[in-house]
Design a binder for this molecule. Structure first.
Ligand SMILES: Cc1cc2nc3c(=O)[nH]c(=O)nc-3n(C[C@H](O)[C@H](O)[C@H](O)COP(=O)(O)OP(=O)(O)OC[C@H]3O[C@@H](n4cnc5c(N)ncnc54)[C@H](O)[C@@H]3O)c2cc1C
Length: 481
């Protein structure tokens, strides 16, 4: 009885809580979009770094597979275990302490299980900004954000999660604790080990704590929603704003008309404008200047675009409520898309200058492959990241005889086009279990071999998140069991 002996051993550990009842475990075995299901013997909640280490030592010694889990908001099947059985989920939710916020050092130190919104609020309370922001911020954890090198809406100005991490605390598969919590901006003392763990999706170690970079809180935010005549104009306006406002564009989001229509149909946060348009931009400018000065600059930069009717309508938020409406609409898209139908979602990135080429190349290919499907685009266009979604009704998808085959076929069309233009098949969501085949298709064998060498070094028995990132992502010793 693996479960009972394991449960007894884990319960006996200091600072470890265990769920074993199937009903209690259920929420941890299915992902947010209810597309990935798995099984686990137990869901384990360590409360301290030492407890994480103790759990991993036991699992490593017994060859028990461990699936790390944060807020379970992964959209690529990264956060739930597989269906093979004999595994545990290790959830970080109990490790949710803000350890320190130091405004003078412009840094904070947090447990990995802190919810992102709580990290933002703790920084804000000390007059600082922690700029990572994404639609799942009310439930995703900072450890999950680091494990996936999350992106979000602020990347154009502040960078990905990788740019926001100053130091990390990680427990490797055999229970060793890497204490790399530092708040230094410069530290050239050999290989920067934290970088190996950032974006490794829990396959090399469990992140238990992090030192994060803080920024001066902007004095003002100016947020606008623009309805735009065509994609070329939207991209040109983006360039104009980035150049004209130097580093003060803190978000530049692109939405197709089809995406905004979906939010109009299903949103709890309706778009603040009714004007129909093929494309929309959401722009935020923030910095040390007065809001009026940013409004003036924005109006000057947009003037010619309004005159030529490249911008067919524009709202510049004049208060926090209007700003909230614009962001509420933007952050609501994923939920609305789930209600609309089956979205075959592709999280691609492109060189900024190739975005239009991509959209123009891929649209006819999709129309030919899947007549009747609707292309929906939403993305962080300021950093070249598009979520290219091929939307079908739930009924039409239910009638597809080979659903996995269809996903793969459409995925190959989208990814082949992105890669031909110098892009990538996963920009910010990661690989999870969904894209392991794409790793083999699109990554060079040398890269895959190097990644496998790292796996063997940090997780020789292959117990951590098997089947994520690489299909045969095992250690150098007996795989597991
Ligand atoms: C509505 C919505 C909007 C989203 N918007 C964005 C967006 O704009 N940008 C973006 O990048 N993502 C976005 N996502 C995807 C998701 O929120 C991010 O990938 C997020 O970073 C995952 O955090 P999490 O805590 O939920 O991790 P989980 O989903 O629980 O796990 C994700 C991966 O990280 C691993 N992991 C989790 N915690 C740890 C840890 N402490 N140590 C080691 N490994 C760990 C897991 O094993 C898994 O492989 C969105 C998701 C939703 C539902």
């Amino acid at each position: 009885m693996l479960q009972e002996t394991l449960r007894q051993q884990l319960i006996a550990m200091k600072d470890v809580t265990v769920l074993s009842d199937p009903d209690d475990m259920a929420a941890h075995l299915v992902d947010w979009r209810r597309r990935h299901f798995g099984t686990a013997e137990l869901v384990v909640f360590p409360g301290t770094v030492q407890a994480v280490s103790d759990v991993l030592k036991l699992c490593n010694a017994r060859g028990i597979r461990v699936f790390p889990q944060g807020g379970n908001t992964s959209v690529c099947g990264g956060s739930v275990p597989d269906a093979a059985g004999g595994a545990i989920v290790l959830n970080l939710a109990r490790m949710n302490r803000i350890r320190a916020v130091d405004a003078d050092d412009e840094s904070m130190i947090v447990d990995a299980g802190c919810i992102l919104a709580n990290v933002q609020a703790a920084a804000d309370a000390e007059g600082c900004l922690f700029p990572m922001s994404l639609g799942a911020e009310g439930s995703c954890q900072i450890g999950g954000n680091i494990a996936t090198n999350a992106g979000g809406t602020g990347v154009v100005r502040y960078g990905n999660m990788r740019e926001l991490v100053l130091g990390l605390e990680v427990v490797t598969a055999d229970g060793r604790i890497f204490d790399g919590i530092r708040t230094l901006r410069k530290n050239n003392t050999g290989v920067d080990l934290k970088q190996v763990f950032i974006g490794s999706e829990g396959t090399l170690g469990i992140i238990t704590g992090a030192a994060l970079k803080l920024f001066a809180k902007p004095r003002s935010f100016t947020t606008a929603m623009l309805a735009v005549r065509d994609l070329e104009s939207a991209l040109r306006i983006g360039r104009t704003l980035r150049r004209g406002l130097s580093g003060e564009v803190s978000a530049l989001e692109l939405l197709s008309g089809s995406q905004v229509d979906i939010v109009r149909r299903h949103g709890h946060a309706k778009p603040p404008m009714d004007t129909p348009a093929p494309w929309y931009l959401v722009v935020e400018i923030s910095g040390a200047a007065e809001e009026q000065s940013y409004r003036d600059t924005l109006e000057t930069l947009l003037g010619p675009e309004l005159e030529t009717e490249a911008v067919v309508d524009a709202i510049i938020a004049s208060n926090e409520r209007q700003r909230g409406e614009i962001w509420g609409m933007r952050h609501n898209v994923t939920e609305c898309n789930v209600k609309e139908g089956m979205g075959l979602t592709h999280d691609i990135a492109l060189p900024l200058a190739r975005i239009r080429d991509f959209v123009e190349a891929v649209e006819p290919l999709i129309a030919e492959a899947l007549p009747g499907a609707c292309p929906v685009v939403v993305g962080h266009v300021g950093d070249g990241n598009l979520h290219y979604i091929v939307m079908m009704s739930h009924e039409a998808f239910a009638d597809v005889p080979d659903q996995d085959g269809l996903r793969q076929k459409i995925g190959h069309i989208v990814y082949d086009a992105a890669i031909a233009l110098g892009g990538t098949f996963s920009a910010e969501h990661g690989i999870g279990s969904l894209h392991t085949g794409d790793m083999l298709r699109y990554k060079r064998s040398e890269e895959l071999e190097m990644m496998q060498s790292l796996k063997s070094a940090f997780d020789p028995r292959g117990i951590l998140n098997p089947g994520r990132v690489l299909p045969e992502w095992t250690g150098k010793e007996a795989p597991h069991g």
